[in-house]
Design a protein. Structure first.
Length: 83
């Protein structure tokens, strides 16, 4: 991205410096921004695990995987109890 920003301004040294300054300030501010990660419920964790299990199942065709995943998304899956 920096190359795309600084290349057109290569004729004007002042523009190049401003473009590089902007690129470095925006990338550092994006890295420093932090957002709280929402906690997943046990049901959401189970849903994620069920989808991952379907994706890893090599015996299923892509169509079968899609059908099973859609079923899981709709809520048709078993939540293992905590024992």
């Amino acid at each position: 991205i920096e190359a795309a920003v600084t290349t057109p301004a290569a004729q004007d040294p002042e523009r190049t410096v401003l473009a590089e300054s902007f690129a470095s300030s925006t990338s550092s501010s994006l890295v420093s921004a932090s957002y709280p990660t929402p906690k997943e419920s046990d049901r959401e964790k189970s849903k994620r695990a069920a989808i991952q299990a379907v994706m890893k199942d090599a015996s299923l065709s892509p169509v079968e995987k899609n059908e099973k995943i859609q079923s899981i998304i709709r809520g048709n899956f078993e939540v293992p109890d905590g024992t």
